[in-house]
Design a binder for this molecule. Structure first.
Ligand code: FAD
Length: 384
């Protein structure tokens, strides 16, 4: 990939940069109130939406700008550079929308895409279950045919943002008599079903409740909320996961750069840049961060080639989580006790980073994907 921007790409960057500097979001609420923070991110998405900047990479017919892949990458770099928050409906914008564009019917695209963009309807991802995470195809939540729809019963867990969501990308078992990957179907489940869909927040090590348990007791889903056909859920879910690793990976590598810049500043403020051990650590982090940035850009070439993200996104996600954990640990060494005192910025980053190597696919599983599907190494068969 040629990383020199064309005139059109430079104009796109300048327009966005200008808009961001003239329209900064209001300051982040500081009281630790999660609902206030969520409302702040939702309002910010609406501001982006009103100006046509919520998802410029989406086709114009769905409210985007039909931006090229390079322009979309510029978009993430610029919103990262301006240090504005990720929009509230990040899972709808980066996972749900792109999945619908590949697998959804025209009616589904018309119905669901506009409110994702405007943050009127927030989406969550109901994949993981207590006994099905890495081995997603082992999931037990069942959907049983009933008239012109389905009745769903089961439990999901770690469902990020479910407490704010109107729609859930839900994968459920619709056929128990076929191979486990074949008996799955991908649904859009309405979360507003009193007594039938219950959301219970789980508190994380950071003190916040980003994710939830989801208890589903006889929830109804109409036939026209099946995405990609009955029994085709595994393939549709893979589209969502590939977008998660590639799309989110790109946004996160930009954030990594800024965190590292801040760590350089923190080290400089403490007169530690001349300490050879600190300098060595920072140089190592710089090289890793730059490597991830270039790999994320290279991933765009694969999307250009295959039309959608490929398994290479797993490499970026793995390296990002590893580097973010190293960075926040280095910050604890450099900043000292402040990084271990609850409620400080660096302590939050240190604690939040622990989940990075689990969320969106664990590092071990991503290594398997890279080994088998990128490098073409033989599959390891479980011992009989
Ligand atoms: C912050 C956060 C947010 C999340 N948000 C969501 C969400 O919105 N929606 C959602 O559906 N899920 C979400 N998850 C869940 C996440 O996708 C799962 O935690 C993840 O897929 C791992 O599944 P598990 O927790 O069941 O662990 P397991 O799959 O039980 O894994 C346990 C351990 O075994 C290892 N392991 C498992 N299989 C293999 C293998 N084949 N080879 C080598 N090692 C293996 C794993 O690497 C891990 O170390 C979130 C998780 C976190 C931490």
């Amino acid at each position: 990939m040629d990383l020199t921007f064309s005139e059109k790409e430079t104009a796109f960057r300048d327009e966005l940069r200008g808009w961001l500097s003239e329209n900064p979001p209001p300051p982040e609420p500081t009281e630790g109130d999660e609902d206030a923070n969520y409302a702040w991110r939702r309002d910010w998405q609406r501001t982006l939406y009103d100006a046509g900047w919520a998802a410029p990479g989406w086709p114009a017919e769905y409210g985007g700008r039909g931006a090229s892949l390079t322009e979309s990458a510029i978009y993430f770099e610029e919103i990262g550079r301006a240090r504005v928050p990720l929009p509230a409906n990040v899972l709808g914008l980066l996972l749900g929308g792109p999945t619908l564009m590949v697998w959804g019917s025209d009616e589904q695209k018309d119905r669901f895409l506009p409110p994702i963009l405007s943050a009127e309807e927030i989406w969550c991802q109901g994949f993981s279950e207590p006994d099905a995470g890495s081995d997603l195809a082992a999931l037990k939540t069942r959907a049983v045919k009933d008239g012109d729809g389905w009745v769903v019963t089961g439990q999901k867990v770690w469902t990020s943002g479910a407490q704010h969501s109107k729609w859930c990308m839900l994968v459920a078992r619709t056929d128990g008599d076929v191979a486990k990957h074949k008996g799955l179907t991908y649904f859009l489940m309405d979360m507003e079903q009193e007594g039938k869909v219950q959301v219970r927040p789980l508190r994380q090590i950071t003190g916040e409740s980003e994710f939830n348990e989801l208890f589903i007791e006889g929830a109804r889903i109409p036939d026209d909320h099946v995405v990609g056909g009955v029994g085709n859920g595994w393939k549709v879910a893979l589209t969502t996961l590939m977008n998660e690793r590639a799309g989110l990976g790109f946004a996160l590598q930009v954030r990594l750069r800024h965190l590292l810049d801040d760590l350089f500043e923190a080290a400089a403020a403490r007169g530690l840049l001349d300490d050879p051990l600190v300098a060595d650590k920072l140089a190592d982090l710089h090289v890793r961060t730059e490597q991830i940035r270039l790999l994320a850009w290279k991933g765009l070439t694969d999307i250009e080639r295959y039309g959608q993200p490929g398994p290479e996104g797993s490499l970026v996600k793995w390296l990002w989580s590893d580097t973010n954990q190293r960075l926040t640990q280095a910050a604890a060494d450099i900043v000292g006790p402040e990084a271990l005192t609850g409620g400080t910025r660096w302590s939050y980053e240190l604690l939040r980073a622990r989940g990075n190597s689990i969320e969106g696919g664990t590092t071990e599983v991503l290594k398997n994907i890279v080994a088998e599907r990128v490098l073409g190494l033989p599959r390891l068969k479980a011992a009989a």
